[in-house]
Every structure is written in C-alpha cells, then in structure tokens.
Design a protein around this ligand. Structure first.
Ligand SMILES: Cc1cc2nc3c(=O)[nH]c(=O)nc-3n(C[C@H](O)[C@H](O)[C@H](O)COP(=O)(O)OP(=O)(O)OC[C@H]3O[C@@H](n4cnc5c(N)ncnc54)[C@H](O)[C@@H]3O)c2cc1C
Length: 433
C-alpha cells in the first residue's frame, strides 16, 4: 500500500513513525521544509531563549534506519483525485492512500495591510524574523533622533489572547524586565509598552475561567497592558487603530489572532468548512472519498463530544494519526471493515505559560486547575517529553536551567541576510533600489 503523507508536522510524523518498518506499507512523507517544527516553543525562539535548531528535527535523520519511509522535500500544489496522484514542485506523485496533514497557516482575514506589516509566527523562519525585529528595534532606539520615534520602537502590540499571544506577551515582558536593561543601559525601559489585544472578554478563551483570570493577572503583573473586547481595525506599519477608536503608535504588531487550514487544490469546495478545514468522517476519511484522509489542524471532524470539531492542538493531531495508522494496518490485513475504529479524542488537559514560575493548567478528569509554580513545572515537563530527539530535549532542558538561574536569554543574535548580486542584471537592479 503506497501511503503518501502531505506534511511532517505532529500528525504526519506520528503516522509515518507508526507505519515505519511495517510490512505491506510503502510510505512517502512530503514537506516543504526538511525538518519537523515544534510549534509550541516558537515563542521562545522569537524571544531569544532557544535556538531554532533546538526545536527542529531533520526529517531524514528521523527515518535513517527505515526500510519503507522515504522523504521528499517539496511543496504540494494539488490533488488529481481521478488519477490518484498529487502535483508537486518536483512533479507528479501517485498514491494508493493519500493523507493530508498539511496543518494550518496564519489567517489575516484578507487584510492586505496586516499581511504586509504585521508579524505572524507560524513557522520557525517567522519566529526568527520576529526575533530580529524585536532586537533591531532596540538597536535603532539607541541611535534614534526623536522621542516620538523612540516610543514607537519601544511599543509592541500583540493581537490575539490565545496561548500564543499570552506566552509571547509574558516572554517579551520578561525580556524587558531581566535582560534588555543590561544590554542597553542607555535606554529607559520604563517607557517600553507591551499591549495584548483580545477580541473576546477573556484571555485563553478555551480554558477554564480560573485559568483565564489567572493568566490575565499574571500578564498584568509582568507589565503587559491587556485590552479585552478589543480588535485591531487597521495597521499601516506605524499606527495601530483599535476597535475602541484608540490609536497606538508602534513599529511592531504581532498577529496571533487566527489560523486557516492549508488545503491543497483539488478538494471539493463544499467539503471545506469554517477555518478552511476539510470535512472528514470518524475514520479521518475525507467525506465521499475512498482513499483520501485528513488529519490534525486541517481536518474538521464532528463527534458527539465535539459537535463543532476538535481543538487545533498537537494532541488531537497525534491521536488522529495513531488511530489512522491502526485502521490502515487493519485495512492492509484485509480485515472486515467493521473492525475499523472510530476516532474518539481523550482530552488530557490544556495549559499555557506566562513566564517564570507562572503557568496555568486545566485537567478535565478529575476536573482540576493549577496555577503558578507547580503548573509551570508540569508545562515544562510535558513540553520536554513532546520535543523530538534526545539531543534537543537535553539542550532545551539545559537552556531552561541556564535561563532560570541567570535570568538571561543567551541568543539575542541578528543574522541579517545581506543581498549579494550575482549577475550584472541583478547588480543594476540592486544599485537602483
Ligand atoms: C505558536 C504556536 C504555539 C502553539 N502551542 C501549542 C501548545 O502549546 N500545545 C498544543 O497542543 N498545540 C499548540 N499549537 C498548535 C499545534 O502546533 C498544532 O495544533 C499542530 O502543529 C497541528 O499539527 P498538524 O500535524 O496538523 O500540522 P503542523 O504541525 O502544522 O504540520 C503541517 C506540516 O505540513 C507542511 N506543509 C503545509 N503545506 C504544505 C504543502 N503544500 N506542501 C508540503 N508541505 C506542507 C508544513 O511545512 C508542516 O510541516 C501551537 C501552534 C503555534 C503556531
């Protein structure tokens, strides 16, 4: 059975690993990057706590000893269902079973100005770009001529009070408190402002009321200004206009307020629902298809427990991949269709960290809530378990201990790409611009 998997995120990796060296399967894992990205720690790359390589794992290394899993580094463009093939930048690839595990990307809701000026954080590269911007802002403050310009550089607006916005807000506030004043003694950091805008009435919307209230309290304690029921209406690269009519002059807006599924061309548009997710049945099969499945963030599955679809989190992606791997093995063994197992999500809880010793954890069964130091320890422990690779786990752990003891983030590096023209034509264009 030739299984082609689009995307080596949490779902794609889990599925490929579950089918690794299993007789009867020939697996092709495709991704546009040659590494798996651990998205929950992007914010630590953006705030100089971790190096990008600590949360990335090379795909080819993961399947060094595999007899049946092969990797293709390419972007998938579309699906030709009738011919059982996909089109990619490297050409066409045929499949017996196709699994779409292409995750999600930032949703700017079509706002062209936001696309141009705001910083998203949905890939390792984007996290690094954000790190550059944050550090460059302070380098620019040092040489800044006017107070107005300085204040603009010292003001950061984060849009979206979900886990990403909350974690980022807390981490930037800690940089302001512990690290930046040592790096830039000539800057008065009491003027630095961090805003977190949230369109609803609470931060960490899907979590318990206690977690919501506690996360807001922690953020405010760290010096983040939280604006609830507030939407970013407009941003022109210089002034952010809020739904309340307020304007904030800022050179940095970070957009963490929406995602949309990465759906390849060729999927029936009637199967694409809210959030650009593909409708699947309880076996993760795309509705009306015999041999196309979708998993993780890009999939939309309704169950009695989750009538509006599952949350777009790593654990759902991993669990769906495990369930599909078991079902594919049953199909491969030509078992009776009745033996296939429907997917049922066991929610083990959710968590978010705001900063040093500050986190919130909700556990559904038994219903429990933790906050503070204990929750922070749980958060660290579970993230360490999830990161791929023993070396990465070790380095992340050592980094965290180092930062905890020294109050320092050691990776405040700007790797600027200086464009070097290679042809006379390029040189002319370069000099003109
Ligand atoms: C900043 C951030 C923080 C998060 N924090 C948490 C957290 O704390 N806990 C939690 O549970 N979840 C968290 N999440 C959500 C979690 O990361 C996702 O739910 C999870 O990654 C979904 O897994 P997936 O396999 O569906 O997609 P992904 O992990 O996104 O993987 C999709 C893969 O598909 C590839 N791809 C996409 N399109 C193409 C194409 N056309 N061709 C080839 N390859 C393609 C991508 O490169 C990517 O590798 C966070 C997400 C972000 C962005």
């Amino acid at each position: 059975m030739k299984v082609v998997i689009i995307g080596a995120g949490f779902a794609g990796m889990k599925l490929a690993r579950s089918l690794n060296n299993k007789a009867g399967f020939d697996v092709l894992l495709i991704d546009k990057f040659n590494f798996h990205q651990f998205q929950p720690l992007f914010y630590q790359v953006a705030t100089s706590s971790l190096d990008a390589s600590n949360i990335s794992f090379p795909l080819r290394k993961a399947f060094h000893d595999s007899k049946n899993v092969r990797i293709r580094l390419t972007k998938v463009l579309g699906i030709v269902q009738d011919e059982h093939k996909i089109t990619t930048e490297l050409g066409d690839i045929e499949y017996d079973i196709l699994v779409i595990a292409s995750g999600a990307d930032t949703n700017f809701f079509g706002n062209k100005k936001l696309i141009e000026y705001a910083f998203p954080m949905k890939s390792t590269v984007e996290a690094i770009q954000l790190r550059h911007r944050l550090i460059e802002n302070f380098e620019n403050v040092v040489g800044c001529a006017t107070e107005e310009e300085k204040q603009k550089l010292m003001t950061i607006v984060i849009v979206g009070g979900g886990p990403t916005g909350v974690e980022l807000g807390g981490a930037i506030a800690e940089m302001k408190r512990y690290t930046l004043p040592h790096d830039y003694p000539e800057i008065d950091f009491s003027t630095m402002k961090i805003y977190l805008l949230e369109g609803t009435g609470a931060t960490l919307g899907p979590m318990s009321k206690k977690s919501q209230e506690q996360s807001q309290k922690y953020l405010e304690k760290l010096g983040v200004t939280v604006r609830l029921n507030t939407i970013l209406k407009d941003y022109d690269g210089s002034v952010a206009t809020l739904s309340t009519g307020e304007t904030i002059e800022t050179s940095t807006v970070i957009w963490a307020a929406g995602i949309m599924g990465n759906v390849p061309d060729g999927i029936d548009p009637s199967l694409i629902v809210r959030g650009n997710r593909i409708k699947v049945d309880r076996f993760s099969k795309v509705i009306g298809q015999d041999n196309i499945y979708a998993l993780g963030d890009v999939a939309y599955m309704e169950t009695p427990r989750y009538p509006k679809g599952h949350p777009q989190v790593a654990n759902v992606a991993i669990s769906q991949a495990k369930n599909l791997a078991n079902n594919l093995r049953r199909i491969e063994m030509r078992s009776n269709a009745a033996t296939l197992e429907e997917f049922e999500y066991q929610d083990k809880g959710s968590m978010a960290t705001v900063g040093r010793n500050l986190a919130v954890v909700d556990i559904p069964k038994p219903r429990l809530h933790f906050g503070g130091f204990f929750a922070w320890l749980i958060w660290m422990f579970l993230h360490l378990i999830l990161i791929l690779g023993v070396k990465n786990k070790l380095i992340v752990f050592i980094n965290w201990i180092y930062s905890y003891m020294t109050y320092d983030q050691s990776l405040r590096l700007i790797f600027k790409v200086f464009y070097r023209p290679r042809t006379p034509q390029e040189e002319t264009r370069y000099i003109k611009t």
